[in-house]
Write a protein that binds this ligand. Structure first.
Ligand code: GEK
Length: 247
């Protein structure tokens, strides 16, 4: 269960295939996401606090695209409401298997934790149950753009009145200079974390067809179109942002 250093793109590849969340990625995932996503540890930890504020008794909390369950683990530690439990969902079987192992390890470390179940499923196919908190932490960007509004509408319908949806994403910018400068800073962040220019270029090629970011304005409007009434940006670090949407 030891996590390894991400060297997946360190050797020149004749052809770079599209990125998939397979076992090789699972083995390096905690290292990869920390070295690639500015602000990731702060977002995860604060998601636990946000979930604690919005969680209602007798409801579910969802962690959609849960990967190895970092957000699920933070929510389990912070949320303290009667008859609440967490459902983490991911469509990568390798992620789900490792996530379940991580949660068992967490069970052994803490005495009181919210119950959590991890399910292998496409988040577009889920029959969502009444829930008070939904985390989409860097997952919507992997959903086909034309499916995004329908998914958010479904989530909005499942959300209870006092609940909230958290959406974290890599973001684009309408202003070309702002876009370029924040992307340059992101490259600097990756270099400072030990990624070579080759690794950065090959990863970019692998991800460009599967991860499709939007601007904050597009996210905001889409959330409003899906029936949310308010959208707040609560965190931004370079070109990565997290927002809260209220019913
Ligand atoms: C974290 N939230 O550590 N259905 C279910 N899962 C999906 C789907 C789908 N349609 N599409 C992609 N995924 C995590 C990080 S990672 C972000 C999320 C990243 C899953 C995919 O298998 C992967 O585990 C996750 O969404 C995206 O807080 O790697 O940049």
């Amino acid at each position: 269960m030891n996590s390894q250093t991400d060297r997946l793109f360190s050797q020149p590849l004749a052809e770079v295939p599209d990125f998939i969340f397979n076992e090789a990625v699972v083995n390096v995932f905690p290292d990869m996401i920390k070295r690639s996503v500015p602000g990731y540890p702060s977002i995860v930890e604060n998601t636990g606090l946000l979930a604690a504020q919005f969680a209602q008794p007798n409801t579910l909390l969802y962690d959609l695209g849960c990967s190895l369950g970092a957000v699920t683990q933070a929510m389990r530690r912070h949320v303290d409401q009667p008859n609440c439990s967490i459902v983490g969902i991911d469509n990568s079987s390798a992620m789900v298997k490792r996530c379940q192992e991580y949660l068992s390890a967490q069970n052994a470390m803490f005495q009181t934790l919210l119950p959590a179940e991890i399910i292998e499923q496409d988040i577009l196919q889920v029959d969502y149950q009444p829930c008070s908190f939904i985390a989409l932490n860097f997952t919507l960007q992997f959903i086909e753009p034309k499916q995004r509004t329908a998914l958010l509408k479904k989530l909005r319908q499942a959300l209870t009145a006092q609940g909230a949806l958290l959406l974290s994403e890599k973001i684009k910018f309408t202003d070309a200079d702002e876009h370029q400068q924040l992307n340059e800073l992101h490259l600097a962040f990756k270099r400072a974390n030990g990624y070579s220019d080759l690794e950065i270029a090959q990863k970019r090629r692998a991800i460009e067809n599967v991860m499709l970011p939007d601007t904050f304005e597009v996210h905001r409007q889409r959330l409003l179109d899906a029936g949310f009434s308010k959208v707040y940006l609560w965190f931004q670090c370079l070109n990565f942002a997290s927002m809260i949407a209220l019913p």
